[in-house]
Design a protein around this ligand. Structure first.
Ligand SMILES: Cc1cc2nc3c(=O)[nH]c(=O)nc-3n(C[C@H](O)[C@H](O)[C@H](O)COP(=O)(O)O)c2cc1C
Length: 181
């Protein structure tokens, strides 16, 4: 299975990165490769300009020439897309939103993909941040005709993910499941 993972946190070794690492380790333990790993914070991704060029007849995707031109083919060839983001202001980070807006330019008729959402957040559940974000994730999956394969959220208010063995174990198991192991 081909996978591409996107880290939406600016913190390379933060909670969300640790959670994603554990999912990838689980996938690898089930015999799947971790796939491509994209640290969105260091990518040059311009905001969608709403020009709708990508929707015109015969259009070859987005007309903006930035790092998305390298990311589009990675998404197109992947069976599984993992979106990992902290909750910022009841939603995904700006880095993740740039990616989401720009996939508007993609043709998703090329085959059904699985998409997984990993979130970390400070406030304990019930917390409308992760809840709203899960809802928008499911709407987006519906719109692009993808399978919402998994949603995992971890509260980091009291314990950081690196010290939260249960969260790390759950993420590892999720990786195994996503890899079909
Ligand atoms: C700008 C900003 C906004 C945040 N907004 C929320 C929020 O709306 N709800 C919440 O529960 N946590 C919020 N948090 C806390 C982070 O989601 C939480 O600390 C997360 O685990 C950070 O992940 P990281 O270590 O991968 O960066 C916010 C943090 C920052 C820096």
């Amino acid at each position: 299975m081909k996978t591409v993972s996107f880290l939406g946190s600016p913190r390379k070794k933060g909670n969300t990165a640790m959670l994603l690492d554990s999912v990838i380790k689980g996938m690898e333990s089930a015999g799947s490769t971790g796939g491509e790993y994209i640290y969105l914070n260091e990518k040059n991704i311009r905001p969608c300009q709403g020009c709708n060029s990508c929707k015109k007849e015969g259009a070859a995707g987005c007309v903006q020439k930035d790092d998305m031109q390298g990311i589009y083919p990675l998404i197109a060839k992947s069976d599984l897309i993992i979106l990992a983001t902290p909750i910022y202001w009841w939603s995904v980070t700006a880095q993740m939103k740039l990616l989401i807006d720009r996939i508007y330019g993609m043709d998703f008729t090329c085959g059904r993909k699985k998409v997984a959402l990993l979130m970390t957040y400070e406030g304990e559940l019930p917390n409308s941040g992760p809840e709203t974000t899960e809802a928008l994730f499911r709407e987006i999956c519906d719109y692009i005709k993808a399978d919402a394969a998994a949603v995992m959220g971890v509260c980091t208010g009291k314990v950081q993910v690196k010290d939260n063995q249960k969260a790390l174990d759950d993420a590892f198991e999720l990786g195994r499941r996503l890899a079909g192991g």
